[in-house]
Design a protein around this ligand. Sequence first.
Ligand code: NAD
Ligand code: MG
Length: 388
Amino acid sequence: MKALAILGATGSIGQSTLKIVDRFRDRFCVKALTAKSNVALLAEQIRRFEPALAVVEEERAAGQLKERIGAGHRTEVLWGADAYCQAASMEGVDLMVGAMVGAAGLAPTLAAIEAGKDVALANKETLVMAGAIVMQAVADHGVRLLPVDSEHSAIFQCLQGQRAQEVDKILLTASGGPFRETPLSQFKEILPAQALKHPNWSMGAKITIDSATLMNKGLEVIEAKWLFGVNPEQIEVVVHPQSIVHSMVAFCDGAIIAQLGIPDMQGAIAYALSYPQRLALQQPMPNLPAIHALTFESPDTQKFPCLRLAFEAVQKGGTLPAVMNAANEIAVAAFLDGRLRFTDIAAVVAKTMSAHAIDSTPGLAAILAADQWARLKSQSMVEELAAI
Ligand code: NAD
Ligand code: MG
C-alpha cells in the first residue's frame, strides 16, 4: 500500500489523481490533502478518502472546512505555508503528489524531498524556478522524482532501459494551442474565454493560458533540462496538433522512440504513482485509422515569443528562469482578470527579464528574492498597461 500526500488535490491534476486512487484502493491510500481555498470540494474529498491531515491557505478557509466536515472528524485541519510543508513531509507518506499550481509548489516539494519522500511532480514551476537545487536535493536524499507532465512522462518512458549518454535529442511535442492558425494581427483582441478553450486538453486556468501563449512549452523545456540532465540545445519543440505523440527521444544512432496515447492525464499520473509498474487503467487507445494523420511542424516564435523567452531564460540560467516564471504568473493572472491584453503577457515577461540583474549561481534565498522582485516589477508594468 502506497501512502500519498496530494498537494493541490482540488485541481485538475489533483482530481484525476484521486480518481485513480479510488479505482485502485488496494494499492494507494491518502494521508494528506491540500488545496488553496475550495473548501466545498476538499470537504467532499476528505469524506471519501479520510486523510489524517488537510491543509488550506488561510485561517478562514480552515474554519469553514472544519465546519463542513463536522466536529469529531478524525482529519486534522491546518492552514498556511508551513502546514503545506508539513503535509508534504508527513510521517508515513511514501509519495508526495505535487499538483499545486505556480511558485507555491517549491517549498513543499523541497520539504518532501528532504524528508525522504518520492515525488510525483506535475508542478513544473518548481523545476523552472529552482531546478538545480531540487535536483541536488533529489540526489542527496536518494529519492525518486517522477514526472507527471505528459511530455516528460513520455520522455521518461522512452528512456527506460536506455543509456543517458546515447541520447541525442529530446523532441518535446506541443499541441500548438488554440491560436496555432490564428493570424498574428488578431492576437491583440484575444479574450480570456477564447484562450481558455484548449483544443485537446482539459486543465486548470493558468496552464491553459500558458498553453495558448506557448509559455507552457517553454516551462516544459526548462523542466526537461533538469529532469533528464540535457542541454537546452538538445531539446527541440515540435508542434503536433493531434496530441497523440506525447513526446520522443532521438538516440545517437538515429533511432527515435516515441510514446503515444490519448490526450488524458490519467496515463501519466498513473505511471508516476505506480512506477516501475503499470496500472490496468483500461484507457481507450487512440483510434489511429480514424485520426488518419499525425502531423508535425515547427513552432512560430514570431507569434509565440514566450517560447523564445524561455529558451533565453534557460540558456542564461541562474535566477532568470525564476524571474520569467514569476512575471508570467503575474501577467497571466492579470490577463484572466481582463486587465491585460493577450499580447502583453509576453511583453511584460520580456521587459521584466531584461530589467533583471542575473545571479548566476543562486541559493534558495536568492531565487525567492528574484521571484519577489519579478512579481513587484511585473505588477507595476501591468498597472501601467492597464491604465492606458
Ligand atoms: P488547477 O488550477 O486546476 O489546480 C491547482 C491546485 O493547486 C488546486 O487544488 C488549488 O487549490 C491549489 N493551489 C492553487 N494556488 C495555490 C497556492 N498558492 N498554494 C497552495 N495551493 C494552491 O491546476 P492544474 O491544471 O491541476 O495544474 C497543477 C500543476 O500541474 C500546474 O503546475 C500545471 O502546470 C501542472 N500540469 C497540469 C496539467 C493538467 O492537465 N492540468 C498537465 C501537466 C502539468
Ligand atoms: Mg505538458
